[in-house]
Structures are given as C-alpha cells and as structure tokens.
Design a protein around this ligand. Structure first.
Ligand SMILES: Nc1ncnc2c1ncn2[C@@H]1O[C@H](COP(=O)(O)OP(=O)(O)OP(=O)(O)O)[C@@H](O)[C@H]1O
Ligand SMILES: [Mg+2]
Length: 328
C-alpha cells in the first residue's frame, strides 16, 4: 500500500498506464465488481459486467439521468440487492456481496445517505454518533437515546466534535439537523460518514442543492479526504467539478459502463457523446402535454426513491440494534 498522505502525482502516473476502456484493470483496486444487474419490472437499471476502482483515487461516476448510478451505489453498499445471483464484488480483498449495509460499512465502505425525516428530527451531534455505529463494538444507539457518555462513548463524542470543527458545523452541534441549509446538510452527511474511519467513501451528488459559496469548501473537503488516504467514488452531473477534482472517470449509460478514462480525455470518447446525446433524443420538448406527464412521472419516481431511502435507513438502524444485542 502507498504511504499516507497520498502522493497524487504518483497516483496519477499510475493511472496514466491504465487502458481507457470499460472494465479496465487498475494497478491497485480497492473495489472489484463483477456482473451486477438490477431489474425493476421490465427495465434493467444496472448491468455492470466488470469494474475496478483504484485505491486512494477520486473516481467520478457520471452518466445521464436514469443511467443507474444511484442504483449501482445502493447495491454495492448493501442498501439494495442485485437481481441475479452471479453478482460478485470484493472490497479490500474481502467478498462483501449480499452483506447488509451495516456490515459493508463495518468493512470500511460507507456512503452518505441523505438527511431523511428520521435524521432531521435528531440533533447534529446525534446524527454524527449514528455514523459511528459502523465501528466494531460500539453500543451507540443506546447512547444516542440515553446520553450517558462513558469511556469509549466519550471518545466518540470527541471525535464527532473534531469532525464538526473540521466541517465548520460545530456551532450547530445541538441544533436539529433539519434546520441546516442544503450545503450544511451535505457537510453533515460527509462528516457523519467519516465517523467510522472508512477506507472508501461514496458520495451521491455531493454538490446538488449547494449554494456556490459552499461549493468550493465541499470540493476542498473531498480533495482533503483523498489526500488523507481515503478512496472517493462520487456521482456528479457538474462536469466542471468532475474535471477539476477527479483522478479517473467512469461513465454509465442505460445501466452499463460505457467508458472509463482520465478526466481530460473521457468526454471526447464517442461512446460518451452518444450516451449524452441519446438521452435527449426521444423527448418531444415542444409538446406541453407530454412534458406535464413526464413531470408527474418524475415526481412519482422521486417520491418512491425517498420512501425506499427512508425504509433502508430504518433497516440500517434495526441492523445496528441487532448487532448491539449480539455484542451485549
Ligand atoms: N425503486 C425503484 N423502482 C423502480 N424503478 C427504479 C427504482 N429506482 C430506480 N429506478 C429506475 O432505474 C433507473 C436507474 O435509476 P437511478 O436512480 O439509478 O439512475 P441515476 O443514474 O442515479 O439517475 P440520476 O442522475 O437522475 O440520479 C431509472 O430508470 C429509474 O427510474
Ligand atoms: Mg441518482
């Protein structure tokens, strides 16, 4: 393994030797994914044959709306299951396919999850403590609900405080998370994910809904994560941001990985151009009736996604409770 803090020049030099092809082998993969498919009714949302993610790098996962990026994230972090049994994925050499989100987090791979209703009604500090559940041997939920800090729990509060300082949220420590601005929520999601010292962090549209004043600070935090040795995989639509901070780019379209490459060259790839053009082809934007229908449909999908996310979160909290029971 490379020494920390990560040498970015060396990392980029290593990646410069990688073939710019879908599924290409990486010099030091932290995550290796094979044959993950996910179907919803008639549509195949994810159909990934092979993907390797380089350790220590910032990898951007891009692609048009509906390409399957979020679904793919959900599956590899245990928040959703693949449709076919042949799916395999290994993280740091360990097979984690079909592990629960809780076990995946314990293995060192965490994703940010959005501030759902349940989390909005908790304080910023309690949100942070929930993030540390992934650490082995914690009895955290108890302390979240009965704040009787002892020993290890005190250490966790200290750690939460340090992270809140680093992410400039310390003033908000006792506030309800629901009262935070969009950008502050993103910072909290990131800070919370770091409570478990993950080897890899997965961010789904970290910049969405963030005002420009906070964008720069979020970018800085993401680069800082990489510089501290954390592998970052993030989904983002803003190409300027992708070009600016990523070391490697993976492009998804219609569930498949269609291209991979360095940020400077991947957007010139014909498969990528086709994917982005293709995504707008069949839309008749002149027809208002069609548009309205699409908006209704979109709202429905978004509502379902929110519900699914809330459900997953509840399952996660439940898994933490169970693990706690086993440990006691
Ligand atoms: N729970 C679900 N039930 C049914 N269909 C779903 C569900 N979740 C996702 N889909 C569908 O799967 C496809 C991939 O969706 P996904 O959200 O993974 O795309 P995405 O790449 O994250 O898109 P975006 O950039 O808009 O966030 C879409 O067609 C979507 O409508
Ligand atoms: Mg998405």
């Amino acid at each position: 393994m490379t020494d920390y803090p990560y040498d970015r020049t060396a990392l980029r030099a290593e990646l410069a030797t990688v073939d710019e092809l879908p599924g290409s082998a990486k010099p030091e993969p932290i995550l290796i994914v094979d044959r993950i498919t996910r179907r919803f009714g008639g549509i195949t949302a994810v159909d990934v044959e092979h993907l390797e993610v380089q350790r220590g790098a910032i990898t951007a996962l891009i692609g048009p709306n509906g390409a399957g990026k979020t679904t793919f994230f959900n599956i590899i972090t245990g928040f959703d299951s693949p449709s076919a049994k042949e799916a395999r994925w290994r993280f740091q050499g360990e097979t984690i396919a079909s592990a629960s989100s809780f076990k995946v987090a314990r293995a060192g791979m965490v994703r940010t999850f959005q501030l759902t209703k349940a989390l909005s009604a908790m304080t910023v500090l309690d949100n942070m403590l929930l993030g540390s559940q992934a650490q082995a041997g914690e009895r955290l939920l108890r302390s979240v609900f009965w704040p009787s800090w002892t020993g290890r729990e005190k250490q966790l509060v200290e750690k939460a405080d340090e992270l809140l300082e680093r992410f400039t949220l310390h003033d908000k420590r006792e506030d309800y998370a629901g009262s935070l601005s969009g950008g502050q929520r993103k910072l909290l999601e990131m800070a919370r994910a770091l409570m478990s010292d993950p080897a890899m962090i997965m961010l789904d549209e970290p910049m969405a809904g963030v005002n420009p004043a906070l964008t720069q600070s979020l970018l800085g935090h993401i680069q800082d994560l990489r510089d501290r040795g954390t592998t970052v995989l993030f989904v983002e639509h803003d190409m300027h941001m992708v070009q600016h901070i990523s070391d490697w780019v993976v492009v998804m379209a219609e569930g498949k990985i269609v291209a991979e490459g360095r940020p400077g060259s991947v957007m010139k790839n014909q498969a990528v151009i086709d994917a982005y053009l293709g995504s707008h082809h069949d839309q008749d934007l002149g027809d208002d009736a069609v548009l309205e229908e699409d908006f209704d449909e979109l709202a429905k999908v978004e509502e379902t996604e929110r519900e699914v996310e809330e459900e997953k979160l509840e399952e996660y909290v439940e898994a933490v409770r169970e693990a706690e029971g086993e440990e006691n």
